[in-house]
Ligand binder design. Structure first.
Ligand code: FAD
Length: 550
């Protein structure tokens, strides 16, 4: 079966759904959207608290795992990724954080024209439907609903007060003029329901005749004519299909799968490709290199009062009431995402902007996604915002169904180890302030006996895990090893772009979904501008097409 479209998008994730919507809006372009996963009609995908149930659900998750991490006692770290409509925006923790203005100004300084904060702000605003209303930094009416936590919680209030006692400001908008301080998060949610990009962007686009969506379609190869992308080969069940793109092929498979698909197609480090018997089309050493991720260390506390989520989950009457409340008003514990309150802090007054982020969770369990403790408990985690360690994604065979080798190489840079220890000290300081102390029955993990820097670092090596923010494996930049240029075009290959979290030159200082959506917004504008410049042969006709397959 062969089909021809103007654009083929690989991956219906955070960025892919944005692209599918924006590229089909005018009705002038025929677009094929391929998604390896299936539909998103699962109860726990839409209820914010369900996030914790999706870590190990193979129906919606690629369930990747890292190679043994040399600086983390050779542990393998889980690497969940969404494998369904909406991609990781359908399984993530819903926290809406853009990062710091300085992150984007830094991207610009690295040589990426058009990516300073001033340049990207219109795209954040265009995407946004901010519950608090529009202002110079926020937008309303966009597909990505952003809402407040439904109500304050005494533990979060105590945490914010304790941060103030420790000398940090309160901040009621981490995406406002400054990121620094402690406060409540906002969620990508509307009326207590997750707002993935599948809900916000794709639902609308699916009604258009010029979009064809094929789910359970694993893209296996980029079709190339010399160094020009001409289409995609994909598998659906046992059948292999081919689709042609008259204008462009756009990769939006995310930070693990976009470089994997390039490598499988002969675009990557020549030596790696040869090892697996793949013909080298373009020797691109940067493909799969430069992987960055945020790593977190979680501190567990036993609480003095039964006011945590543990107490609700383990008591049938409270559980029933919480369920009832959610179904009636969409409020309460089921409406909570991966964090309730948080903080962005400077570990030293000499720093210009925060270098660590704290997530405050009103529940506790041994590991992410594990059963909650039967006693009242809560967790505070710390992560370094701008890690210097860089890792890789590499295919392990020429078979597209084999997961790639993933190694973020956490803590391999000395600066990362130092910042993390400093961050753990700041976390402890806040938790020992009077406002918080009254709720701490026990510092469970790590115990108070861990007092030295070496002890804290050893604790981090033994227990830390990912914050789920892999980026930069198809890095944008002006240098020879960068994979895409500032218009997200793959260097040395025509008609091929990458538009997802993998293009970030450096990981942003915060959670990465908002940035991936912004990249989708900006990427689609660049594609449409180029189409307009190229003229009518790319802006093809819009006769009715085959219906969506989902
Ligand atoms: C558990 C978890 C919690 C997170 N929490 C937060 C949070 O609270 N806040 C936040 O801002 N960020 C969070 N993130 C990170 C954020 O969601 C991601 O950075 C963002 O979604 C990445 O967007 P993307 O478009 O690059 O990739 P994705 O959204 O992952 O999309 C890639 C899509 O491509 C598909 N695909 C891949 N390969 C192929 C192929 N060969 N053929 C066809 N389809 C393919 C995938 O199935 C997927 O649907 C979290 C992530 C995870 C996994």
């Amino acid at each position: 079966m062969a089909d021809t479209y103007d654009y083929i998008i690989v991956g219906a994730g955070s960025a892919g759904c944005v692209l599918a919507n924006r590229l089909t809006a005018s009705g002038r372009h025929r677009v094929l959207l391929l998604e390896a996963g299936g539909h998103d009609r699962y109860f726990w995908v839409h209820v914010p608290l369900g996030y914790g149930k999706l870590f190990n659900d193979k129906r919606v998750n690629w369930l990747y795992s890292s190679e043994p991490e040399p600086e983390l006692d050779n542990r393998r770290i889980i690497q969940p990724r969404g494998k369904l409509l909406g991609g990781s925006s359908s399984i993530n923790g819903l926290l809406y954080i853009r990062g710091q203005h300085a992150d984007y100004d830094h991207w610009r300084q690295l040589g990426n024209a058009g990516w300073s904060f001033e340049d990207v702000l219109p795209y954040f605003r265009r995407a946004e439907d901010q519950e608090r209303g529009a202002d110079a930094l926020h937008g309303v009416g966009g597909p990505l609903s952003v809402s407040n936590v439904c109500e304050p919680h005494p533990l979060c209030e105590a945490f914010i007060a304790a941060a103030q006692e420790a000398g940090f400001p309160r901040n009621d908008d981490f995406n406002g003029p400054t990121q620094e301080g402690a406060g409540y998060f906002q969620y990508t949610a509307r009326k207590g329901l997750r707002r993935s990009t599948a809900v916000g962007y794709l639902r609308q686009a699916r009604r258009r005749p010029n979009l064809r969506l094929v789910t359970r379609a694993l893209a296996t190869r980029i079709l190339l004519s010399g160094r020009r992308a001409t289409g995609i080969e994909y598998r659906r069940g046992d059948a292999t299909h081919v689709a042609h793109a008259s204008a462009e092929v756009i990769l939006a498979g995310g930070a693990f799968n976009s470089p994997q698909l390039m490598q499988l197609s002969g675009l990557g480090p020549a030596e790696l490709l040869r090892q697996h018997g793949i013909t080298v089309v373009a020797d691109l050493p940067g493909v799969g290199a430069d992987l960055q991720d945020h790593m977190q260390v979680r501190f567990q506390y036993r609480c003095t009062e039964p006011i945590t989520m543990n107490d609700v989950v383990h008591h049938w009457r409270h559980r029933m009431l919480a369920g009832l409340r959610y179904f009636v008003s969409r409020k309460g514990l089921l409406a909570i995402g991966a964090g309730y309150a948080g903080a962005f802090l400077r570990t030293s007054p000499n720093l210009a902007t925060p270098d660590v982020q704290l997530h405050f969770l009103i529940f506790s369990g041994e590991t992410a996604g594990a059963a909650l403790h039967t006693f009242p408990g809560f967790i505070v985690s710390v992560c370094q915002l701008r890690p210097e360690s860089r890792g890789f994604v590499r295919i392990t065979s020429a078979d597209p169904r084999d997961p790639p080798a993933i190694q973020p190489r956490y803590l391999t840079a000395r600066a990362d180890r130092e910042t993390l220890v400093a961050g753990m000290r700041v976390l402890q300081k806040i938790m020992r302030e009077p406002a918080m102390r009254r709720y701490v029955a026990e510092e469970r993990v790590p115990p108070p006996s861990v007092t030295t820097d070496e002890g804290l670092l050893a604790f981090a090596r033994a227990t830390s895990t990912t914050v789920f923010h892999p980026t930069s494996t198809c890095r944008m930049g002006p240098d020879a090893t960068a994979v895409v240029d500032e218009r997200l075009r793959v260097r040395g290959v025509e008609r091929l772009r990458v538009v997802d979290a993998s293009i970030m030159p450096t990981v942003v200082s915060g959670n990465t979904n908002a940035a991936a959506v912004m990249i989708g917004e900006k990427g689609s504008d660049m594609i449409l501008q180029d189409a307009a410049r190229a003229g009518p042969e790319i802006a093809a006709d819009s006769r009715p097409r085959q219906p969506a397959i989902a």
